[in-house]
Ligand binder design. Structure first.
Ligand code: ADP
Ligand code: S3P
Length: 305
């Protein structure tokens, strides 16, 4: 069994490296080109779209078509995201704006279990035209389709963490991916070495919201939360477990290049709590935070750091 697993990891059939483009050539400074393009867009919209403001509040549901090259399940995962028309347009515009400046770098989503890495990741990959990979799924495939829960049970967490690092190492050789990492990937410094090849984005979700989401879907796929009772106490127990993990990991998540705080989005949009924030809204914020990081990075380069 072990030999078979090792063989699979050495000769991965699950990632076709040739499918993915190598580093793009020619880079123009982010801030300068972005500023020029923005100026141009403002001029064009002033001349051609005088009524755009009056259309801003139209909340008809439209489909944002997303091409997911890899995995799929559920509504978002089917490739069609239902979003208010202006939100969908904002998402599309923002992704088109920043995509050239990513220069093919991968986006690694980090965050606690249930923070929405998979859900938001699929939206981002769809609008950016990137492929989506979920680390847990790749680990399962590398262990003959054994589920994460079974891997924990049969081989222990240490074995799972080794596989996680191997998966991240392989993904770090690729380009134009959005990667949903497992909640514990941030705990190993070696994983950061691999993620630093791309841009890491932390989905920072309040623990209460995480506990509610997890209570709604169950803990079958999340062995670190097993033994939470079902019923009223369920959310409470999940919350306690998550709090312990948070104590251990909070600082590690803060290593990410960009942070998407659901509390901040709620304040910005005037929502009472984070539970009303849709995955599309969160994806837009993620793109904005990535844009902020790209600008900072560019400013540092100009300053000679
Ligand atoms: N913005 C959101 N609002 C409500 N539920 C969400 C949101 N984002 C994700 N979820 C739900 O929370 C659960 C965990 O999301 P998932 O994307 O699998 O998280 P992760 O990959 O970080 O573990 C799923 O059931 C998903 O449908
Ligand atoms: O927080 C963690 O240590 C884990 C999170 C899970 O992934 P998600 O964050 O996708 O649930 C999965 O990798 C494993 O159960 C361990």
């Amino acid at each position: 069994m072990e030999a078979k697993v090792l063989h699979k990891l050495q000769c991965p059939t699950w990632i076709d490296f040739e499918k993915f483009p190598r580093k793009s050539s020619g880079s123009v400074r982010f801030s300068r080109r972005m500023r020029e393009e923005k100026r141009l867009r403002v001029l064009i919209s002033a001349q051609m779209e005088p009524d755009i403001a009056s259309n801003q509040r139209s909340y008809d549901s439209v489909k944002v078509s997303c091409t997911f090259n890899s995995f799929s399940a559920s509504v978002l995962e089917s490739g069609n995201v239902h979003a208010p028309v202006d939100e969908a347009q904002v998402l599309k515009n923002k992704s088109q704006e920043i995509e050239p400046y990513l220069s093919g770098r991968c986006i690694y989503l980090v965050g606690m279990m249930g923070s929405g890495k998979t859900t938001v990741g699929k939206i981002l990959s769809g609008v950016l035209g990137y492929s989506f990979f979920d680390c847990d799924t790749l680990i399962e495939q590398s262990v003959d389709g054994t589920s994460v829960a079974e891997i924990f049970k049969l081989y222990g967490e240490g074995f799972f963490r080794e596989k996680e690092t191997e998966v991240l190492q392989k993904l770090s050789l690729m380009r134009q991916l959005v990667v949903s990492t497992g909640g514990g990937a941030v705990t190993r410094p070696i994983n950061w070495r691999y993620m630093q090849k791309g841009i890491s984005v932390w989905l920072d979700v309040p623990l209460e919201a995480l506990a509610q989401r997890i209570a709604a879907v169950g803990t079958d796929s999340r062995p670190l939360l097993h033994q939470c009772e079902s019923g009223d106490a369920y959310t409470e127990v999940a919350l306690n477990r998550l709090s312990t993990l948070w104590e251990e990991r909070g600082e590690a998540y803060a290593n990410a290049n960009a942070r998407v705080s659901l509390e901040n989005i709620a304040v910005k949009l005037g929502h009472k709590d984070v539970s009303s924030l849709t995955p599309v809204t969160i994806a837009i914020e993620a793109l904005e935070q990535i844009e902020g990081f790209l600008k900072e990075e560019d400013d540092m380069a100009i300053a000679g750091y």
